[in-house]
Design a binder for this molecule. Structure first.
Ligand code: ADP
Ligand code: MG
Length: 446
């Protein structure tokens, strides 16, 4: 299906011509007409499938086709979990709104607050933001959302993992009027917390799900290699970097300290690596990303700060030096390659410390993962056995005092059948069960 069949304004189609895309992707074909019709959307499709345009096109269409509710407030607010992703979406927006009166601004943490206040005073129609900094501006009254027409949450599940729920709630309340349209997008949507948030923020949403998040990404060859300890991991990494024919590679580690250590080691061996981590200031982060995008460095070493959304064409290899703590981040990490129909490779190194995370990824992907080996570097570690189940010993209570004591004993935690909370599409609408969330991740990306 071509973009011209999606009901888009001819002025917007002309802009799209510059991008020279032959056809709309499946998520674009499905989501754009629904969003143009004004419906709320809860959408998921695999990494690299063109979700950004699937929400930017209807947002631009609204600019062309409808009058603003107010004269000054932003008309479209796009929220993303990380600054780098916000910048990338903003750049894509600029390919569509350049030369139109529908200007926008970027509001992310780490940049000068007062400059952002000034930018917001110019009454931009689009704001692309990270939730923490945008909520600060609401509090500071640098902007208001009474006239907001569209609220778009990209990678909504990650924003919740990072603990941005209070900020999202505040933003939602500030824009809580009947006519607002809300769109949520991610490659992984079936986590209870997102559905809970969706039930609060979305009004009778259309659920769009192109494939399942656990489905194999056929453009990415995914391999897993067992390793014994850190030195063995390092040797395997060296070998992979030596034999793989990659253009650029992203290596994910567990912590910022690991990122720095590994980058130093790679550079000692003249491998041209650069580290992106949350303890750098924003100027450093910007310059690292722009250098990497310009291919000045072959290797980017990072944490889950870069697992979401980043779209860099020449990344043909992703290496999980450590397995991710949250299983769904595996899907996003490997999704930094194999984008827009290109092929990519992913290699995950699994040591004893990674075993628990590996098993969680295996369960998330709903498949039995086989390991591959590298000749000359086969280790001894073959996985950990699951802990033996505790035997159930039935207590016999013979005297009444023991029985009385038992009635006051704390109640055993109720077991919850997680399948109950899985998202179930019911016709066009979505059944969103209620359940409270609980997360533990820090917000270094605000
Ligand atoms: P997602 O958010 O689903 O991970 P993106 O929106 O970042 O994916 O898009 C991935 C890549 O695909 C980008 O480089 C984008 O320019 C490109 N792309 C988007 N739409 C199309 C299309 N219709 N045809 C070809 N490439 C596309
Ligand atoms: Mg995306």
């Amino acid at each position: 299906m071509h973009f011209k069949d999606l009901g888009l304004d001819p002025r917007l189609l002309k802009k799209l011509n510059h991008l020279a895309f032959d056809r709309a992707t499946e998520i674009q074909q499905t989501a754009v007409p629904v969003a143009i019709a004004g419906k709320d959307i809860l959408a998921s499709s695999k990494t690299g499938s063109g979700k950004t345009l699937a929400f930017l096109l209807p947002a631009m269409q609204r600019m062309y086709r409808s009058k603003p509710f107010t004269r000054r407030d932003p008309r479209v607010l796009i929220l993303t979990p990380t600054r780098e992703l916000a910048k990338q979406i903003f750049a894509q927006l600029r390919t569509l709104n350049a030369g139109t009166p529908y200007d926008g601004t970027l509001i992310v943490g780490g940049e000068n607050f007062n400059d952002q206040v000034k930018a917001l005073r110019n009454d931009p129609m689009f704001v692309v933001a990270t939730p923490g900094r945008f909520a600060d501006h609401l509090e500071h009254r640098s902007t208001h959302l009474d006239g907001l027409e569209m609220l778009i949450l990209d990678e909504a599940d990650r924003m919740l993992d990072l603990g941005f729920e209070p900020q999202l709630r505040r933003i939602n309340e500030a824009a809580n009027h009947r006519r607002r349209q809300t769109l949520m997008f991610s490659a992984t949507m079936d986590h209870v917390d997102v559905l809970d948030m969706a039930s609060e923020m979305l009004d009778n949403p259309k659920r769009i799900s192109i494939g399942h998040s656990a489905e194999e990404h056929t453009d990415i060859t995914q391999r897993f290699i067992l390793c014994d300890h850190l030195d063995h991991k390092q040797a395997l990494l060296d070998k992979v970097l030596e034999v793989e024919n990659y253009n650029q590679v992203i290596i994910f580690t567990a912590t910022r300290a690991d990122t720095d250590r590994l980058t130093a080691e790679l550079n000692e061996r003249k491998l041209k690596a650069v580290a992106l981590s949350g303890n750098l200031n924003q100027t450093q982060r910007n310059s690292i990303m722009s250098q990497f995008e310009r291919n000045c460095h072959k290797i980017l070493v990072t944490t889950d700060i870069a697992s979401r959304g980043l779209d860099i064409d020449s990344v043909s290899l992703v290496i999980n030096f450590d397995m991710p703590k949250h299983a769904e981040e595996y899907v996003h990490r490997v999704g930094r390659t194999g984008r827009a129909g290109n092929k990519g490779d992913a290699v995950s190194l699994v040591g004893p410390k990674d075993w628990k995370s590996f098993k969680a990824v295996e369960a998330f992907l709903k498949q039995k993962i086989e390991f591959t080996t590298i000749e000359g570097l086969v280790g001894k570690f073959k996985g950990l056995k699951p802990a033996p189940k505790k035997k159930f010993v039935k207590k016999t209570t013979t005297n009444t005092t023991a029985a009385a004591k038992q009635t006051h004993a704390p109640k055993a935690k109720k077991r919850v059948d997680k399948r109950f909370y899985e998202n179930q599409a019911v016709g066009n609408d979505v059944f969103i069960p209620k359940k409270k969330r609980n997360t533990d991740v820090s917000q270094d990306d605000q």
